[in-house]
Ligand binder design. Structure first.
Ligand SMILES: *[C@@H]1O[C@H](CO)[C@@H](O)[C@H](O)[C@H]1NC(C)=O
Ligand SMILES: *[C@@H]1O[C@H](CO)[C@@H](O)[C@H](O)[C@H]1NC(C)=O
Length: 196
């Protein structure tokens, strides 16, 4: 009888481990690495742009497979309080991208967060940082508590790696909340209605 109970316990433990494993494997499709900079500070801006260009070179050389660079965002772009650029990597390249940022972020702060269906959670309590932490705008209405599906990284168009020329007069087009990743591909995309 005792042997039977032990076997049952072992089977249950193995099943629980398998469930936990698939939860972790499936829940996170991709990761964002946001490199922050203050566009009013020329040295930080120059550093951020140089780091972005080096990152582009890494992608072009095949060292960051399944990673793509989103547009440089100047100023507040919720939930990010200051200027930043984002590298999106499918989870297969997490280690390579983490190593690259760890070794090359210089004086800049890098926010790392996963992309799951829990958009708000991903930006609020599932964050980690390389360099100093920056307070993000967790009250931003652009974050959804729950999305219909996890998102992999889109392959972005080859956005410019230079700063926009007229920083003072830059016009921000506010994205449809939650659709930031998809507007580059389809500006009519609606995250709550369309499949992706
Ligand atoms: C991420 O993975 C998805 C699904 O396999 C793929 O369609 C997409 O092109 C990948 N993203 C990049 C940046 O390679
Ligand atoms: C970081 O800041 C220091 C001090 O301002 C500067 O000397 C150094 O070049 C900066 N690092 C990078 C990678 O730009």
């Amino acid at each position: 009888m005792q042997k039977l109970l032990i076997s049952v316990a072992v089977v249950l433990a193995v099943a629980a481990a398998a469930t936990a494993q698939s939860f972790y494997e499936e829940e996170i499709g991709a990761w964002h690495f946001h490199t922050y900079f203050f566009e009013v500070n020329p040295s930080k801006t120059a550093e951020a742009i140089a780091f972005r260009k080096a990152t582009r070179q890494m992608i072009n050389d095949g060292n960051l497979p399944e990673c793509s660079l989103n547009q440089i965002a100047i100023g507040w772009d919720g939930p990010h309080p200051v200027s930043q650029w984002e590298l999106c990597c499918n989870k297969t390249s997490y280690a390579a991208a983490h190593s690259w940022h760890t070794q090359n972020h210089g004086n800049l702060s890098v926010l790392i967060h996963p992309l799951t269906i829990y958009d708000q959670e991903d930006h609020m309590s599932r964050t980690s940082w390389i360099g100093k932490e920056v307070v993000i705008d967790a009250e931003c209405p652009c974050l959804y508590p729950e999305l219909p599906q996890p998102r992999p990284c889109p392959v972005y168009p080859e956005y410019s790696d230079d700063l926009p020329e007229d920083l003072e007069n830059i016009q921000y087009e506010k994205p449809i909340p939650g659709t930031e990743d998809y507007r580059g591909l389809n500006k009519d995309f609606d995250i709550l209605k369309d499949k992706y």
